[in-house]
Design a protein around this ligand. Sequence first.
Ligand SMILES: *Cc1c(COP(=O)(O)O)cnc(C)c1O
Length: 386
Amino acid sequence: MDSHANLYATVDLDAIAHNVGVLRERSGSDVIAVVKADGYAHGAVAVGRTALGAGAIALGVAQISEARALRAAGIDGHLIAWLHTAEADFAGAIADGIDIAVSSPRQLELVLAQARRLGRTATVTVKLDTGLARSGVSPEEWAQTADAVAAACAEGAISLHGVMCHLAFGDVPDHPLNSQQAQRVDDAVADLRARGVRPQLVHIANSPAALTRPDLARDAVRPGLSIYGYSPVPDIGDFGLIPAMTLETRISLVKRIPAGQGVSYNHTWVAPADTVLGVVPAGYADGVPRLLSGRFGVHVNGRIFPNVGRVCMDQLVIDLGPDGGGVAEGDRAVLFGPAGAAGGAPVPTATDWADTIGTIDYEIISRIGSRAVRRYVGGPGGDVDA
Ligand SMILES: *Cc1c(COP(=O)(O)O)cnc(C)c1O
């Protein structure tokens, strides 16, 4: 750790590349790497570049602003953005050659208006609601949308690149809705073909489906979580995925306290005996959930030391024990990472944190805050701080 920051999210780009390979192999299909929410907080540009370098055919994000930021950073691969309000920057997306996934005939109309105004052909994907009942063209609006797509293609205002949907039960591989959703996509593609329109890129599967239901892949799968190395179905397997992020810092202070001393806000923990505390400069503003207070440990010098007292906005406290555990100010402290991120005891994982507080690892990793400096190791560019 070679800059002055307190806290680092170290991202192993070789792990990202490896995970893309795992997904290609397991799904037997091309991969669209999902890098929304700043690459699940790993850094969308570095992850996106690495995924494309490892053979991903496109990157997926939610918002047009996210796709435009990737373009501005010099990524020239295929980019798909699928979540828009009426105020979205459709003109910017068209100018940047971003594939705009539309969820209604109204959104298609807005894209068309900008394409006509700019005199350019917009690249469009149709996003279908085949059962998730979230974004996507509803069954009620499908015929109208298919007609509008065909007319816009004939006009040359759009080129229909893709058709996509998102699964409601991807993490329940045998759920009957998975195959029904895929069938509805196939039916919609047939409807478009009957109107003379042929999408080139049909995609359905998220991480769990990419890993467990290769039969649902059409032209590509569209994983997010597993790109970052987490299994969305840990009961089924880890598939050889490698978690890419290690959240790490250094002990900022070591101090001795007497028995009876309460620690952190409201003294929710009181030292039962004389002990030594270590202060860890990471808190809930950095994505360490306050709900974890007193329910997790931090890896220092090969050992796990328990958090005591409340997790605060910027810092938390660990109990180093009466002999101080041999821990000194400045020692490396690992909050979570792949099990082998440091020697000695296995390092806690983001999944451990999620399980402890009753959420999912998606939420843990995507909430790692901007104050954690992203530091990249591995990958073609070697090690860099960002
Ligand atoms: C987030 C998202 C994905 C990726 O899902 P994972 O479960 O992280 O693989 C795929 N498609 C859409 C539409 C999404 O919103």
